[in-house]
Design a protein around this ligand. Sequence first.
Ligand SMILES: [Zn+2]
Ligand SMILES: [Zn+2]
Length: 553
Amino acid sequence: MNKNELIFCPLGGSGQIGGNMNLYAYGNEENQKWIIVDTGVSFADDSVPGIDLIYPDPAYIIDKKNDLLGIVLTHAHEDHIGAISHIWPDLKCNIYATPFTSVLIQEKFKEKKIDISNFLKIVKLNGQIDLGPFNIEFVSLTHSILEPNGLSIKTPAGMILHTGDWKIDPNPLIGDKINEKKLKEIGNNKVLAMICDSTNIFSPGRAGSELDVRESLLKIMSLKSKRIIVTSFASNVARMETIFYCAEKINRQVCLVGRSMNRIFKAAKQCGYLQNIKNPIDPRESKNFPREKLVYLCTGSQGEPMGAMKRIVKGIHPDIYIEKGDTVIFSSRIIPGNEKKLYSLHNDLVRQEVELITEETDFVHVSGHPNREDLKDMYNWVKPDSIIPVHGEHRHMNEHINFAKEMQIPHALRIEDGDVVRIFPGKNPEIIDKAPSGKMYLDGNIAVGEDSQSIKERKNLSLNGYLEITLILNNSGKLNKPIISYRGIPENNFDEKIIFEMEDNIFTTCRSFSMKNKNQEKNLIETIKQNCRRLIKEKTGKKPYTNINIARL
Ligand SMILES: [Zn+2]
Ligand SMILES: [Zn+2]
């Protein structure tokens, strides 16, 4: 590799929806420069107990940090910025983002007590930056958050369009419209490759507009006579403004509930959005208003255990409760994987005789990602030579390749995290290497790898229960009565008899070892462990996680 070449390498988000992190490089063996586009998180499910956040393993780029020119952020969704304050301390490079995204990432660094001001470079909307061989132009798109940007990345080898997340919303209500003129201009200048959002590739038609949701919500809300509680993604500021708009029209006060709802409200105001709305009232204050005069806008649209919606439904919110005749509107998508949590919440509401409105019953939500007709427009504007689908599971990216063929795009490549892809003019992009890629799990406040002992042990404990045996030996090596304790083992057949059996077994085992000989201790522990686990397995069917201690007096 002596010639200069252009490389693309996704470390996260190609193979799953979430945890987006992409690398671009330009140069040759002696001199190669890198940029990172987005550093996002995904959220853990029950399969990893005790873990909230997962993000791409950044080891590959940490290795190259001396040649790293910066992190460029497309927009402020957690799947694009959520890992920034966890990854940055190992990179200490500049970060480039538009104003709204900057406000939100500043908060993330503040939480970690890092002063990022010297490294955070605020880019104006449709602005551009030069990073070594990369000339990067931010292109305003529309999505489900303020200030979504595509990136046109010019290099001496040609131009890439990295779309980030987008859809075509003719009436986004807040923020700019999609910069169609710029996208067409980019298309006229020959785009080597488009790295494109695949989330809604299976959805026909168009993603739809925030304006249509506003009109529908107003119709629905104006018919309600009691308390109205709406839940949606806090980051969707257009939706938030819609709730203020509808409340004003039907003569109600808005009350924002939940930490992230208030955080986003403040950030949007700080950046000059939401200027013409009435101030919300405080949840404590809301008790002084009759219920027919209130609209609550809450966090927890996915049934999150700590979200405001869940706490209100369970009756444990300090300021807000719900009564028969009230209406709850889920103005959001049911994210695949969250069905169980959400349907249980829906059932609780129906049991309390609260009217339930969701995307399954009414038109109360539009997606922020491109459906097939939106994609067609983008392809026609940008006319890329190659397509590399990202932001999807394998099935999404595969269908996106089929779509690209239908659209007569000359070249397309299906990739996954870790693929090192060479992009060159007039040829199919090519996977030339595999970068180490994997996941980091935020366990408490420590980042651990996928095969971490702490996660393995917790899984084991949560599935099988726990048995602890302490052997106390006096100075002549004689064993006292062992102390046996256990947690999470079913009790029905687990009577005193089995404790006696274990004690007997332990005494017998100990007699076959020389208790004074420390070298035999490991074997002794292993034998006792195996015997006791087997005994419990016979009685209860469970094989507990077992710990044996030996104390010598
Ligand atoms: Zn997004
Ligand atoms: Zn995304």
